[in-house]
Ligand binder design. Structure first.
Ligand code: UFG
Length: 332
């Protein structure tokens, strides 16, 4: 299959390109390098032993994106990762998030419509559930109140895709709701590289472990969870990448929504102690105030992806901690 991947040099995109190439798909990447590096291209080529075509274009530039569809001719499907993703930044710069994430997506969908490419996989997030009555989130639940403009862009795009499908049911759309993607490729060549001081837990742990930051703050130990710290569903990025391959393989006509998570909640303290044990490193941490907007606990109901996509996570929290640290050491 010839597949266009937007944001293919980013954290999740790069791992997905590797898994797609492994299955002999032809992968075309569009990435404007806003939040990624061109050298990732050589790395994914090295890991997979395959070549990727890169267009350094911005999805806001409709004419250029049309050129890609024109030149490539027989693109069959699009996986859309590209977008701004920093929760905190989106609170400060909502217009930047709404204008970029929404316009780039509608541009892409319009061009796909024009070229009659109607298979679309969208990177959504568990954040669209907002707060629910139970911590186990299932796809039949209604989307909830999002807690950041970033999250709202994900919910809005889901809605746009529903309206699009309603208007033309020849589309095949899979919305993938990621829980907490972490870890790195076991080769140590590709992984997560946030700009500046990380906001997310795993990247922050990396910086403390490598001595670049002094102390990890655990945001709250008085939540109604077994050890009082926040509980999330951490998913190894390679498992997540494989979920995209399955979503394309099993794609049928219609609009489908899938949770991609392990189905298991892990607390901040559990992640910290597992990291220490697996890598034999002592992490400097302290208990701090709760972070505004954080929920105590949520994790995926992962049954639908298992049943319909024949997909489940295979890697453990230990694998996550080992691979993330391996990448950090190789790239420090
Ligand atoms: N945490 C800490 N210390 C830190 C960072 C995080 O204790 O320095 C805790 C948080 O309080 C939370 C857990 O670690 O309990 C996970 O936090 P992350 O920031 O790593 O991840 P979130 O669950 O907050 O973020 C995820 C996705 C976002 C999404 C968001 C919406 O990464 O893309 O959920 O809730 F938008």
């Amino acid at each position: 299959m010839k597949i266009l991947v937007t944001g293919g040099l980013g954290f999740i995109g790069s791992h997905t390109c590797v898994e797609l190439a492994k299955e002999d798909n032809e992968v075309i990447i569009v990435d404007n390098l806003y939040n990624s590096k061109e050298e990732v291209l050589e790395k994914i080529e090295k890991i997979s032993g395959k070549k990727f075509k890169l267009y350094k274009y911005d999805l806001k530039d409709k004419e250029k994106i049309k050129k890609v569809f024109e030149e490539e001719k027989n693109i069959e499907a699009v996986i859309h990762f590209a977008g701004y993703k920093a929760v905190g930044e989106s609170v400060k710069k909502p217009l930047m998030y709404y204008s970029n994430n929404i316009i780039t997506t509608t541009n892409l969908l319009e061009i796909m419509h024009e070229y009659n490419v109607k298979k679309f996989v969208f990177s959504s997030s568990a954040t669209v559930y907002g707060e629910q009555e139970t911590p186990k989130y299932v796809e039949t639940m209604k989307r909830g109140e999002t807690t950041s403009p970033y999250g709202t862009t994900k919910a809005m795009i889901e809605k746009i895709l529903e309206d699009l499908y309603f208007s033309d049911n020849s589309w095949n759309i899979s919305i993938l709701r990621y829980f907490n993607p972490v870890g790195a490729h076991e080769s140590g060549l590709i992984g997560e590289e946030p700009n500046g001081i990380p906001n997310n837990l795993m990247p922050y742990i990396m910086k403390v472990a490598s001595g670049k930051l002094e102390t990890l703050s655990i945001f709250g130990n008085d939540y109604p969870t077994p050890d009082g710290t926040g509980v999330r569903d951490y998913i190894h990025v390679v498992d997540l990448a494989k979920g995209h391959v399955q979503a394309l393989k099993k794609m049928k006509q219609g609009l489908k929504v899938y949770n991609l998570g392990s189905g298991k909640g892990v607390s901040v303290l559990e992640l910290v102690t597992t990291f220490e044990k697996v890598n034999n490193i002592k992490l400097n941490y302290k208990i701090a105030q709760r972070r505004p907007g954080d929920l105590p606990e949520y994790f995926a109901d992962s049954q639908k992806a298992l049943k319909e996509l024949d997909w489940k996570t295979e890697k453990t929290i230990e694998d996550i901690c080992r691979d993330a640290w391996n990448y950090e050491k190789n790239n420090a």
